[in-house]
Design a protein around this ligand. Structure first.
Ligand code: CO
Length: 479
């Protein structure tokens, strides 16, 4: 078999974000990260994913850390490597839609504090929910990585994703991410999808998968054959299982081929020595349950992400209905069909999962409909990919004329003035205002504690143009 590209494969390492989010409930601290920064910075990665996703919430909720200080500190310790974050479109890093001015300010502050690449996704693949984040990221000089949330359904075939990719390229994306959060993308399908995308769009393709179902390494290899430009992997101490496949294994596999990454396994081994200690600490504190390292074939059978399965088990336990597990698994695809086949990723995975649990434990489908289900059926999260079951919509008390058909954020007035006024006594910076706006349950207590403990930190941010020149990252050639 021949490689369809002869360029070195570029690697994004997720050790500082998705690896511990997926395996250890996002509990890695800044202190765990800093001793390894020098060697990480010398490896020559395309980028390090280190912020966004659940890290922001986890910092304030569990680790008593200011997420913005974490970002600034990582920026200072990783001067040569691009820093990447995960951004949930109009939801930013939270769980509801924010107004455009909040999205804009969050992009501005992320880039100002050190982010280079913003991976922007929407759970429903409604591109209107990506518009503002794409516009703002470009405005402040960031790299837009627009994202396909990958899933399988009668709607979601290869043509659907190729079409979506074309639209994202027209919207100004600098690169395209295939986000396979549940490891549902099988190796042969990865080959075929990447090949089609490379034939259709000219922006670089970046693949993000997990190893939940045990196919992750094969997915990355087949994508490398098909000419994918960049893949996400994690250093071995926190790789595999629900996390990404291991970086070292892929680097070794491609050595001596036309797609040789050129990365130094010796340096990775040095970094791994450190992160093995971190992984051990996370195991000792119970944040990392070794169960997450098992191959989970239920995901392949039921097309339900691994994280969603563990949520279901705990919801059923609380209700004393653990014996209904397989009934709920069978109900999920039916709810998903009724809801117009949303991809199962935050927040749609929780909404569909909870509705399926209610349908089973009450003994009557849609006897109980939580407000999040109602919001999704009403179109408040955006347009659902397929046709919604109108009987279910009626049961939720939604009249056809109430369904949102515009871009949901168009219904929102600017919110920053309100947040600034509300948190005037507490916030010491615009960054604080954003923390408070996104996590009103968690941020006020955190910021109160922090304000007592430390005076505001001095801000020494380099201008963007200067940073850009400093970074010795291999340029991506197009095509
Ligand atoms: Co992921």
């Amino acid at each position: 078999m021949d490689f369809l590209s002869n360029k070195p494969l570029l690697i994004t390492d997720t050790i500082l974000r998705d690896a511990h989010q997926s395996q250890a409930a996002t509990r890695m601290t800044l202190e765990d990260m800093l001793p390894a920064c020098e060697v990480l910075d010398s490896i020559g990665y395309y980028s390090l994913e280190c912020w966004g996703g659940a890290t922001f919430d986890s910092c304030m909720r569990f680790l008593d850390e200011d997420p913005w200080v974490r970002l600034r500190t990582l920026r200072a310790h990783l001067p040569h490597t691009k820093l990447q974050m995960l951004f949930r479109g109009q939801n930013i890093l939270g769980y509801k839609h924010y107004a455009d001015d909040v999205v804009d300010m969050f992009c501005a502050k992320s880039i100002e504090n050190g982010i280079d690449i913003i991976r922007i996704f929407d759970a429903l693949n409604d591109i209107r929910n990506l518009e503002q984040a794409i516009k703002s990221t470009k405005k402040y000089g960031g790299h837009v990585e627009a994202t396909l949330s990958y899933t399988i359904s009668p709607i979601h075939n290869e043509d659907y994703f190729v079409d979506l990719a074309k639209q994202l390229e027209q919207m100004g994306a600098d690169s395209l991410c295939i986000k396979d959060m549940a490891n549902l993308l099988l190796p042969m399908d990865a080959y075929s999808l990447v090949k089609r995308l490379k034939e259709t769009v000219s922006m670089p393709i970046h693949l993000h998968t997990h190893n939940t179902t045990g196919t992750g390494d094969m997915v990355n290899l087949m994508a490398a054959y098909a000419g994918v430009d960049i893949v996400d992997t994690a250093l071995s101490p926190l790789a595999n299982g629900t996390s990404q496949p291991a970086t070292e294994s892929l680097v070794a596999t491609l050595k001596g081929t036309v797609r040789d990454t050129g990365l130094d396994l010796g340096k990775m081994s040095e970094a791994a020595v450190h992160f093995r200690k971190v992984a051990q600490r996370l195991k000792d504190t119970g944040a990392l349950d070794p169960k997450v390292l098992n191959v989970d074939t239920n995901t392949l059978l039921y097309q339900v992400p691994g994280g969603m399965l563990s949520n279901l088990i705990s919801q059923l336990k609380q209700a004393g209905k653990e014996d209904k597990y397989y009934d709920v698994l069978a109900e999920i695809p039916r709810v998903r069909e009724d809801f117009g086949y949303p991809p199962l990723v935050t927040p749609s995975s929780q909404i569909v999962g909870t509705q399926a649990v209610m349908n089973i434990i009450t003994g009557e489908r849609y006897k109980m409909i939580p407000k999040e289900s109602r919001a999704m059926l009403k179109g408040e999260y955006g347009k659902l990919p397929g046709v919604v079951n109108e009987e279910v919509r009626a049961k939720a008390g939604i009249k056809p004329e109430e369904v949102v058909t515009c871009r949901p954020a168009d219904l929102l007035e600017p919110e920053l003035p309100k947040y600034r006024a509300e948190y005037a006594g507490l916030a010491q910076s615009e960054e604080d205002v954003l923390s408070l706006a996104l996590f009103p349950q968690v941020a006020p207590n955190f910021i109160k504690r922090r304000n007592l403990r430390t005076p505001p930190l001095p801000r020494t941010i380099e201008p963007l143009e200067h940073r850009e020149q400093e970074r010795s990252v291999a340029p991506i050639s197009r095509g």
